[in-house]
Design a protein around this ligand. Structure first.
Ligand code: UDP
Ligand code: MG
Length: 319
């Protein structure tokens, strides 16, 4: 199981292009043509892995026709409902069989012509290359918040990149397969790989305006993104030892509560009278909360300890 996860014994093409898609029927033929022309020119064997994230248009039917017109080069998965871009990436990467895995959006905003440059960077020794849409063709309402968000993410994650959320990325196969992409984590993949000790860089990629359909993400993505960032930072620091966070907080609260109660105890002995004051309630509350935090910490430890071994470490090389 572990062996399979890290070494992908089924490798049979040079490059897998994983494309998550949600209602992108108009773009797919042109995208596939671009992929095939670029990779054909470079003499690479390849497969395009389309993951239909519950489209309600004819995207999957279009992929079926591509499957016939590019024999042996198109694979596809179809979700029974819309599960999100992260889930689609995860599923596509899981079945990809290439030594190199490239992910790109389906809407023609990413240009397959940039794939060789990204692969050249991997050949230089990088484990992951993240696209940087230096000249971006999106509305201002999207590009401006994105600039701020990227600066904040660079600061918080310790990885200096201009464009974390670009869908266009290239990985060595085992690096991509080692990522656990769920929820909305597709926005932080370079940070996740960096934290796992992989060598992450960026490459400038051309970007085009959306030709067909409309963006699947609105303003809410910023708020969701901020919540995900808090989760990730917490997981990064305390995933291995949740008790170090909850336990210390719990002990502090219990100590404060016990100290105050001790003071009341002494006063009771000296004066022989016991008054319920707001401070008493505060002390009791602090102790109850303290015990709760300790319990959450212990539950966290139980969860961490029941994780599969593969989730506890990441391998760069094996002989
Ligand atoms: N996408 C997806 N599932 C979703 C939303 C989007 O697979 O729930 C795909 C979408 O089809 C596209 C890529 O993710 O290939 C990026 O989406 P979009 O172009 O809407 O994002 P934007 O470029 O506006 O950031
Ligand atoms: Mg797009």
């Amino acid at each position: 199981m572990l062996q399979e996860k890290f070494t992908n014994p089924k490798n049979n093409v040079d490059i897998s292009i994983v494309v998550p898609m949600y209602n992108e029927q108009e773009s797919l033929p042109e995208l596939m043509k671009g992929i095939s022309e670029t990779l054909g020119k470079h003499g690479k064997t390849y497969e395009a892995v389309f993951v239909d994230d519950g489209s309600s248009d004819n995207s999957f039917e279009v992929v079926k026709t591509l499957h016939e017109s590019y024999p042996g080069c198109v694979r596809a998965l179809r979700f029974s409902r819309n599960c999100g871009k992260s889930a689609a990436l995860n599923a596509g990467i899981a079945i990809a069989s290439g030594n190199i895995i490239v992910t790109m959006d389906a809407d023609l905003q990413d240009d397959p012509a940039a794939i060789p440059d990204m692969i050249a960077k991997l050949d230089e020794g990088w484990d992951m290359v993240s696209g940087w849409k230096k000249v971006r063709h999106d509305p201002f309402g999207k590009t401006f918040p994105s600039k701020i968000w990227n600066a904040m993410t660079s600061f918080a994650t310790g990885l200096k990149l201009h464009d974390f959320n670009c869908g266009f990325k290239a990985y060595r196969c085992d690096v991509a397969k080692n990522l656990d992409i769920y929820g909305e984590r597709h926005r932080y993949l370079p940070a996740l790989a960096h934290w796992d000790g992989y060598r992450v860089t960026e490459a400038v990629v051309p970007h085009h305006a959306r030709k067909f359909g409309k963006s699947k993400y609105g303003t809410w993505r910023m708020f969701n993104g901020a919540m995900d960032m808090i989760t990730l930072l917490f997981l990064k620091k305390y995933m291995k030892s949740p008790m170090h966070f909850f336990g210390i907080l719990g002990m502090l609260l219990i100590a404060v509560g016990a100290g105050v109660m001790g003071y009341f105890g002494v006063m009771w002995i000296i004066t022989g009278a016991m008054k319920i004051r707001p401070l008493t309630l505060l002390a009791v509350g602090a102790m109850v909360m303290g015990v709760q935090f300790m319990s959450i910490g212990l539950i966290g430890e139980m969860i961490t300890n029941s994780l599969q071994p593969g989730k506890r470490y990441s391998i760069r090389e094996s002989l």
